[in-house]
Ligand binder design. Structure first.
Ligand SMILES: Nc1ncnc2c1ncn2[C@@H]1O[C@H](COP(=O)(O)OP(=O)(O)OP(=O)(O)O)[C@@H](O)[C@H]1O
Ligand SMILES: [Mg+2]
Length: 248
């Protein structure tokens, strides 16, 4: 689904991504973990075709990315909602952008809103919601058109730990049905192990790949598995790769 070959990205003097190569298979759930500033958000933006690489290339479905790609759902690190629109019409926004009728997707949007625990807030404006609720709206918006590729940049970063865990399991449920290809950026090692097939561990800036860890735990992943010796071992493996000053 996605191939990243020798990707480098500099902003003037600053080298954000030093060298990055990996593949993401169709239906795979891949996480990227690494310290702040190592180029995780930049990598997602390059994959989505929102930023040009300085060197190397990205292929999505076999075609080189040369501009914003289609059939992708994107969740940014900070929720970017349209302030004058309701929750429901924010969720339906990508449908309008594609020139399709909103009414066709209304039921799907309402189902996602309910799944995200936002029932009753359909007609609220973003400013009437907490940051975490706004982020959940952004997740619904990314899913509404059922894209086969999901790029998620710390989607649960602003949520409290309990909601975060619940959303992780909700995402797993959505993924187990839709079988999207997911590239998921997180600062949480536990979350990465719980959700992923593959974890790409990055070094500090300039970001390079330190290790690619395959998560061989059975699915569905359950909360009880966090105590499983294999889970603990995988989490320790990821943690060992991370620069000592970086804590979860
Ligand atoms: N548009 C830009 N212009 C200039 N520098 C940028 C730009 N975007 C990112 N950078 C720089 O590139 C580096 C990587 O940024 P990026 O946002 O990708 O990091 P990150 O791994 O997502 O960090 P975090 O975990 O804090 O979100 C940083 O040093 C940042 O200052
Ligand atoms: Mg980031």
């Amino acid at each position: 689904m996605v191939t990243i070959e020798g990707l480098k990205k500099s902003f003037g003097e600053v080298t954000a991504i030093g060298d990055m190569s990996f593949n993401v298979a169709n239906h795979e759930f891949l996480s990227i973990v690494g310290p702040s500033g190592c180029g995780k958000s930049t990598a997602l933006r390059v994959i989505a075709g929102l930023t040009e690489p300085t060197a190397g290339k990205v292929l999505v479905r076999g075609a080189e990315v040369r501009g914003p790609i289609k059939d992708v759902g994107m969740v940014f690190q900070a929720p970017v909602l349209l302030p004058w629109r309701s929750v429901l019409t924010n969720v339906l926004f990508p449908i309008e952008m594609r020139g399709e009728r909103r009414s066709k997707y209304q039921a799907k949007a309402l189902e996602l809103i309910k799944l995200a625990g936002l029932e009753g807030f359909e007609n609220h404006a973003p400013y009437q919601l907490s940051g975490g609720m706004q982020q959940r709206v952004a997740i619904c918006r990314a899913l509404v058109s059922s894209p086969q590729l999901l790029l998620m940049d710390e989607p649960f970063g602003a949520l409290d730990i309990m909601t975060r865990e619940r959303m992780g399991f909700e995402l797993q449920k959505i993924w187990s049905v839709g079988r999207q290809t997911v590239i998921f950026v997180t600062h949480s090692i536990t979350e990465a192990v719980l959700l992923s097939d593959t974890i790409v561990v990055m070094s500090g800036r300039p970001g390079t790949i330190k290790k690619i860890v395959k998560v061989d735990l059975p699915r569905p992943r359950l909360a009880s598995m966090m105590k499983d010796p294999r889970f603990v071992e995988l989490a320790a493996d990821v943690r060992d790769q991370i620069d000592a000053q970086w804590v979860e």
